[in-house]
Design a protein. Structure first.
Length: 117
């Protein structure tokens, strides 16, 4: 175990080598070496209330609980590739199954399959 990089880490994603963490208070996304707990780098999250971090094999995805937007992020630059409306108004969690995003809405208790084509 090691200390999380900031006070409010909301979610983690694994890219096969590194952990990624999203902090919704600091509005930062961190790349972390899991062997040492060292933050390799960080960049600004696309919004201030980000949750639901996941990795699709190429990009990171996060959801903003305030604007109800899902963002696809280039992990090398931190640049938003695209964004679109989340399928509900309380989406908090995301995961990737190899073809689609899955999102859970904490307000409605619904789980959505999201085609990102």
């Amino acid at each position: 175990s090691f200390t999380a990089p900031d006070a409010i880490v909301r979610d983690l994603a694994w890219d096969g080598r590194y952990l990624w963490a999203v902090d919704s208070v600091a509005a930062l996304i961190y790349q972390i070496d899991p062997e040492t707990g060292t933050v390799i780098r960080s960049f600004s999250a696309p919004a201030s209330d980000t949750n639901g971090l996941t990795w699709d094999g190429r990009c990171l995805w996060v959801v903003d609980a305030t604007s109800d937007l899902i963002y696809q992020i280039d992990p090398e630059t931190g640049t938003v590739i695209r964004s679109f409306a989340a399928p509900g108004t309380g989406v908090q969690g995301l995961t990737w199954d190899g073809r689609s995003l899955w999102a859970v809405d904490a307000t409605s208790d619904l789980i959505y399959q999201v085609d990102v084509g």
